[in-house]
Structure formats: structure tokens, C-alpha cells
Write a protein that binds this ligand. Structure first.
Ligand SMILES: *Cc1c(COP(=O)(O)O)cnc(C)c1O
Length: 479
């Protein structure tokens, strides 16, 4: 490993030297980003550190090839190597997740979700409509037929988790295409427990009758029971679509098994590859054999040409995720989140749902008199990188918010364990306790400005540096 790191150091040093000669600002920003990532406590729940093999796989001439279409069926000549890359990545994805079908082309999580939505529409709406109209493909439709088909698409209903309960923009939020394409109805969480209320969800679904039930989240600190989600979908004839963008690593690492593993229960599953799964920035769709053929139409239906270099890096990351060490990592991510939550609770921080059983914790900072924005900024001043996030029924709205979301995937990749995460909880609490909102001209506490008691940010940075130095990022990589 030490040899590998020094080889990689040489490669990157030389490459950055060449880049510097062409555009020095890009070489400088790339170097600075490594320094920043190394020097801060990265608690953004959606971020991670991909391995050096994954990063290096992205930097090749596979990027130069156009390969629209699918394996063995491309719209360009000379795609034999891309076919290999895509087949290997899809094979790893199927094996890792036990999926009947895998599509590794999506460029991001949002793209994967669009592929999922369109594949469900084409399977559920387009195919029966074509049959009814006696047409083989959409190309055979008249303009009038098209109008009718478009109307059918747009009148479909989607039910997903609301944004302030932890759902994602792509689950029907009004400022996202999913909220424009579909009639949408969102489900929240129980106001007392903060948990998904499956009984209420079933009742709502019976009333709303969605074509697609979406399960999955970005900021819900708990596990989801996908067997129950399946029952609800079946009760109303909906397709069950699970967006596991955040927790795919916990599924891959067999932390979420049985009813907590969405793959055996969902018709279609979409994910990112760069969050807890720790691969390159990208997306992926898994499906049953029934939905596979329509998922395969992702490019050119909604995607441009596949990023072959990224598909190659997905294959490498998925191969890594099939190693036993990844299961150890995933378990540590969940264990560390528990330690972090307990560390915060015992120091008096309020947590949405009172804790966590996945990889993330949602702090409600209103008891400190702070908005999420003030807490996020104060923590950043102290070298702790987080993001503000709404809490259910947030009094401060989606911009200022009352919450801060933190997650363990990235620092666990650096080797942080229970002792380090308890210390992280202490540092966070110190900063929150030392921060006060600035008073506005009207004499009330503002929502953006704040002050931190003297010395606290500096003291926190120094303590964080100790933890970070003891758990180096890309050890041996010297530029
Ligand atoms: C992050 C996320 C996405 C979007 O992923 P991008 O790669 O940023 O497009 C989609 N769904 C959920 C639930 C997410 O958390």
C-alpha cells in the first residue's frame, strides 16, 4: 500500500504539473481541495472519500468514447471496450445487490430517478397504450395519439416523502420536474415520534391512488420497512420505487437486510454511487426482470451518452464493495452514527426522532436559539463541515431551517471509530453552546448572523486537527 501511495503521488504530482502549465488556476484549486478535504471534519451525510483506484479510473481516455445505446447495441461504432466496462459494472451491481437487472449509465442520482420514472411510465402507461392503439413503437403514433399519451403521462400520481420529513426534491417537490410531471401527494412522519406512520400512509395511499409509491430519503435518520412499503403499493396497485441514494452503502454492506433491504421488495431501485456506497459521482438503477427492458431505454430517453470512464470507476467501486472489508466499513458507519447521536443527546442536543439507526443524525438546533443556517456557519468557522436541513414542520422554512444534518460515511472512511465520534459530538456541542444569534435593528434575534464566544472556534479547530492527523486521508499521498 505504501508503494502504491508513492506511485500515485508521482502520477498526480506530474499530472498536476502538466495541468498547471495549461491552466494554473485549475491545478491550484485541485491541490487546495485536497488540503481542505484533509483539514476539516467532513460530516456532510451525502459525501464520502472514494478510494484512489476509483479516482484514478475516472482519469482516462474512456472518457473520449461515445457509446449511446446499450451493451452490444450501440449507436456508434467501436464500442467493444465500453461494452466490457458497462457489462462488468452491471454484473458487479447485480451480484452485490442481488438484483435481476442493473443499469449503470445514469450520470447522477437525479438522472437515475428520471430514468426510473420514465421506465415506470413507459412500462405501465406507454406499452398498454401502444397496444390499445395498435402501434408497435411511439414512432408509429399520430400527433393526436401523442397528445393523448402525453395527457396520460401527466395525469399520473406519485406519492413520496415530503421534503421537510426527509424526502428528496425528486420525490415530487414542486420545484423539481417530478412535481411538474406528476400529480403528487407527500407523506410525512408522525408528529410525536418523528417516524413514518405506515398505517396512515396506507390510508392516504388508498385515497390518493398513486401509480408510483416512492420510498427513500435524504434526511430521515431511521430505517424503512420495505416489506410494509410493498404491501401498501400492492394494496393500491402502485409500482414501488425506492430511492436508496443515501443508504446504498448500508444495503451493499449488509447492514440493512431482510425487510430493510429494498431490493427484494421494490420494482425499481435507484441510487447514487458516490454517497455511502463510496464510488465515483454517478447514479445507477436496479430493477426486476419485468422493468429491466424499459430501464434500458434510459439513454436516449432521458440520458445523454454514457460516461464510460465513470462507469469504469463504478465497476471498481462495486468490486471494492463486494469485499468483506466493505461490510465492516458499513457496519462501522452505522455504529458510529449511534455513538455520535448518543454523544450529542447526553450533552443536551435535541435530535429528530431522538436518535438514529442509519448513517445520519438530524440535530434540531432551535433549543440553542439558533437557526440551521447560523449553526451550519458557526460549525464551519470551527472546521466542522455540515449542512443545514429542515426539520419536520420547520418554523424557519427551507432556507434558514432549524436543523443541521450530519453523517458518518466520510469520517468512517478515514478510520474514525467510537472514541473519535464521541469527541466530534463534544466539539459540535461546544460550538453550538458558544454561538449566539446577532440581534437585528428591530431588537429580535436574526436568522443569519451570529457570534461565537472568543477562542471556541480556534480551540475546536485545533482539537479537530488532532483527530484528523491521527486518521489521515489518502495516507502517503504527497503532492
Ligand atoms: C443525493 C440524492 C439524490 C440526487 O443525487 P445527485 O447525484 O446529486 O443527482 C437523489 N435522491 C436522493 C434520495 C438523494 O439523497
Amino acid at each position: 500500500m505504501a508503494d502504491f501511495a508513492s506511485t500515485v503521488s508521482n502520477i498526480y504530482s506530474q499530472a498536476l504539473g502538466v495541468i498547471e502549465a495549461v491552466e494554473p488556476r485549475i491545478a491550484a484549486a485541485t491541490r487546495a481541495e485536497l488540503t481542505d478535504q484533509r483539514g476539516s471534519l467532513k460530516l456532510i451525510a451525502s459525501e464520502n472519500y472514494a478510494s484512489l483506484p476509483v479516482l484514478m479510473t475516472m482519469g482516462t481516455w474512456l472518457s473520449d468514447k461515445y457509446a449511446e445505446g446499450t451493451v452490444g447495441h450501440r449507436f456508434y461504432a467501436g464500442c467493444q471496450n465500453v461494452d466490457t466496462v458497462e457489462s462488468v459494472a452491471a454484473e458487479h451491481a447485480r451480484e452485490l445487490f442481488g438484483a435481476e437487472y442493473a443499469y449503470v449509465q445514469p450520470h447522477s442520482g437525479i438522472d437515475a430517478n428520471l430514468v426510473a420514472y420514465w421506465s415506470i411510465l413507459s412500462h405501465r402507461i406507454e406499452s398498454p397504450t401502444l397496444e390499445r392503439l395498435g402501434a408497435k413503437t411511439v414512432n408509429d403514433l399520430s400527433e393526436e395519439d401523442w397528445d393523448a399519451l402525453r395527457a396520460e403521462f401527466n395525469s399520473q400520481r406519485v406519492m413520496g416523502m415530503s421534503l421537510d420529513a426527509g424526502g428528496h426534491l425528486t420525490h415530487g417537490f414542486r420545484h423539481n420536474i417530478s412535481g411538474k410531471m406528476f400529480k403528487q401527494h407527500s407523506y410525512g412522519t408522525n408528529p410525536e415520534t418523528g417516524l413514518i406512520d405506515y398505517t396512515k400512509l396506507l390510508a392516504d395511499a388508498r385515497e390518493f391512488k398513486p401509480l408510483i409509491l416512492v420510498a427513500g430519503y435524504s434526511a430521515y435518520p431511521r430505517r424503512v420497512n420495505f416489506a410494509k412499503m410493498r404491501e401498501i403499493a400492492d394494496a393500491v396497485g402502485a409500482t414501488l420505487f425506492v430511492d436508496m441514494a443515501h443508504f446504498a452503502g448500508l444495503v451493499a454492506g449488509k447492514v440493512f437486510t431482510g425487510e430493510e433491504n429494498p431490493v427484494p421488495y421494490a420494482d425499481v431501485v435507484a441510487t447514487t454511487t458516490h454517497k455511502s456506497l463510496r464510488g465515483p459521482r454517478g447514479g445507477m438503477v436496479l430493477a426486476t426482470a419485468e422493468y429491466g427492458p424499459s430501464v434500458d431505454r434510459g439513454c436516449p430517453m432521458v440520458l445523454g451518452g454514457p460516461l464510460s470512464h465513470v462507469m469504469a470507476a463504478k465497476a471498481v467501486a462495486l468490486a471494492e464493495a463486494r469485499q468483506p472489508s466493505f461490510a465492516t466499513y458499513a457496519q462501522a458507519v452505522a455504529d458510529n452514527a449511534k455513538t455520535l447521536a448518543e454523544g450529542l443527546l447526553k450533552r443536551g442536543v435535541n435530535l429528530v426522532t431522538g436518535g438514529t439507526d442509519n448513517h445520519l443524525v438530524l440535530m434540531d438546533v432551535s433549543s440553542f436559539g439558533l437557526t440551521g443556517r447560523q449553526a451550519e456557519s458557526a460549525l464551519l468557522d470551527a472546521g466542522v463541515v455540515t449542512n443545514r436541513n429542515s426539520v419536520p414542520n420547520d418554523a424557519n422554512g427551507a432556507w434558514y431551517t432549524s436543523g443541521v444534518r450530519i453523517g458518518t460515511p466520510a469520517l468512517t472512511s478515514r478510520g474514525f471509530g467510537a472514541a473519535e465520534f464521541d469527541k466530534v459530538a463534544e466539539l459540535i456541542t461546544d460550538v453550538l453552546k458558544a454561538t449566539t444569534p446577532s440581534i437585528t435593528a428591530a431588537g429580535t434575534p436574526g436568522k443569519a448572523k451570529y457570534a461565537i464566544a472568543d477562542g471556541v472556534a480556534e480551540r475546536t479547530k485545533a482539537a479537530a486537527a488532532e483527530l484528523l492527523d491521527a486518521n489521515p486521508l489518502y495516507p502517503g499521498l504527497e503532492l
